[in-house]
Write a protein that binds this ligand. Structure first.
Ligand code: FCB
Length: 478
């Protein structure tokens, strides 16, 4: 084992999202979101699961905040449900909804925990989808209005405002492959959604700057580490194309102030990008105090030869429609294990690689891991505990990989484990458990898994022991 020490000001946190934990879907005037509609549509989610009750956090928030405090965490990343605070997505704000988040933020501050609020973690008000959803420019303008309402209400008490969570998923899974709400499969609409999400980020970022000048501004991206099956020109080109769709479609406008030319050329047969108006890219490039990175696994691609069997193993859910708009000639290859219960490969060095790339390409840009964690098939033992050694091993190795990047200069300031609690894992429903705290969905009882005890130890003393061996998933100890 090698010891890694983190400085005292390093932020240890945990993350959740409104639709995944809150429940109370129709309570206190909350309106429907696209995820309510989608999860209530037969065949869309595993076992027909919905977020109607979820982890009942709407009623148990105070107890959940106690867990965060007992874990010794310095920050909590949660999301605000747009349809709870502005049910139809436009017009008047709903006081009961704003009050819920005010209580949550104050409750965190009372416990000495930094509130990190995500404005949008995928629960678009259904009325806005009915009016066109993210492929419509108007949705970005509605988002600006929504941001003004929540920042005016909570602004200076929230330490960090994160505009969007993983716009990649909202655009390509929501409008490309349809495995996420609203379940549309329209390639051109997916690219229009990419742009309007980027625009929404820029507009909301300016709202934060204006109304809460002391708050930090961030966005969370699920950046992909894309590797080629070989060094051939064809496979290198597959890497470039997927990197453009997955990463540079967001990093470009947000951090460089422009869409990459190769992305526009690669997708020219799908759209002419005329929805990008003059001045948009400048608006989107609002300087970020911190860039949030979500990382779970890596991606292996090749250029398809046109006849051999395809794998399409991109880990983003089964659909007859690809989320990789305009890249039908790219195939996604299965990767060596071990895997988590999501079927995602475990690849900690790729996290180091990703952070060092960001450090190289955006020197001076502070970074934060805003999500990292693993689903495993947890078992409650006879002693009533969950001995989730594999989750501990996953966390240990990824936090070690982050430490490696820090040692090489990457300015990574914090780490948020996904997730605080077991929760509604989107299309997988309650079948996948990511929490460090177990939720018994019959009783809503919370039980600390071994990983929670382990994480508490790390968060309170800042010392990590990382195994020296490069093999993953063996030799686990807590
Ligand atoms: C991320 C999401 C988060 C959760 C994890 C497992 O893509 O942001 O809500 O579903 O994956």
């Amino acid at each position: 084992m090698t010891a890694r020490n983190f400085p005292e000001d390093f932020v240890w946190g945990s993350a959740t999202a409104a639709y995944q934990i809150e429940g109370a879907a129709t309570e206190d005037g909350r309106g429907p979101s696209i995820w309510d509609t989608y999860s209530h549509t037969p065949g869309r989610t595993r076992n027909g699961d919905t977020g109607d009750v979820a982890a009942d956090h709407y009623h148990r928030w105070s107890q959940d905040l106690d867990h965060i405090a007992e874990l010794g965490l310095g920050a909590y990343r949660f999301s605000i449900s747009w349809p709870r605070v502005q049910p139809g997505g436009s017009g008047r704000f709903h006081q009961a909804g704003l009050d819920f988040y005010a209580r949550l933020v104050d409750g965190l501050l009372e416990r000495g925990v930094r509130p990190v609020a995500t404005m949008y973690h995928w629960d678009l008000p259904q009325e806005l989808e009915d009016a066109g959803g993210w492929p419509a420019r108007e949705t970005a303008l509605r988002f600006e209005e929504y941001a003004s309402g929540i920042v005016a209400a909570l602004g200076d008490r929230v330490h960090t405002w994160t505009t969007l969570n993983e716009p990649w998923c909202s655009a390509y899974l929501g409008y490309g492959s349809g495995v996420h709400a609203p379940g549309r499969t329209e390639p051109a609409a997916a690219l229009a959604a990419v742009h309007h999400l980027n625009l929404a980020h820029g507009l909301a970022g300016r709202v934060v700057r204006e109304l809460a000048p002391d708050a930090e501004l961030s966005v969370t991206l699920n950046l992909h580490v894309v590797r080629g099956a070989s060094d051939s020109t064809a496979d290198s080109d597959a890497v470039r194309r997927i990197d453009a769709l997955a990463n540079r479609a967001f990093l470009g406008p947000m951090l460089d102030g422009a869409y990459p030319a190769d992305l526009l050329a690669d997708t020219a047969a799908v759209t002419d990008w005329s929805f990008v108006r003059q001045g948009d890219e400048k608006l989107i490039a609002v300087p970020l105090d911190v860039l949030g990175v979500n990382y779970y696994s890596s991606t292996l691609v090749r250029t398809w030869d046109g006849h051999s069997a395809r794998s399409d193993a991109d880990g983003h859910g089964a659909s007859a429609h690809s989320p990789w708009v305009g890249a039908d000639d790219v195939d996604f290859l299965p990767q060596p294990g071990p895997y988590t219960a999501m079927g995602w490969n475990i690849d900690p060095p790729a996290l180091t690689e990703l952070l060092l790339r960001l450090h190289r390409e955006y020197p001076g840009q502070p970074l934060m891991i805003t999500e990292n964690g693993a689903a495993f098939d947890d078992v409650v033992s006879a002693d009533g505990r969950v001995h989730d050694d594999r989750r501990i091993d996953y966390l240990r190795r990824h936090i070690g990989a982050m430490a490696d990047a820090r040692a090489q200069g990457a300015d990574v300031r914090g780490y948020f484990v996904w997730s605080l609690l077991d929760n509604f894992e989107w299309g997988y429903g309650y079948d996948r458990r990511f929490g460090i705290i177990r939720v018994d969905y019959d009783t809503q009882e919370r039980t600390w898994k071994d990983s929670a005890h382990w994480y508490r130890h790390l968060a309170t003393n800042g010392q990590l022991s990382v195994p020296d061996s490069s093999s993953v998933g063996v030799g686990v100890s807590s």
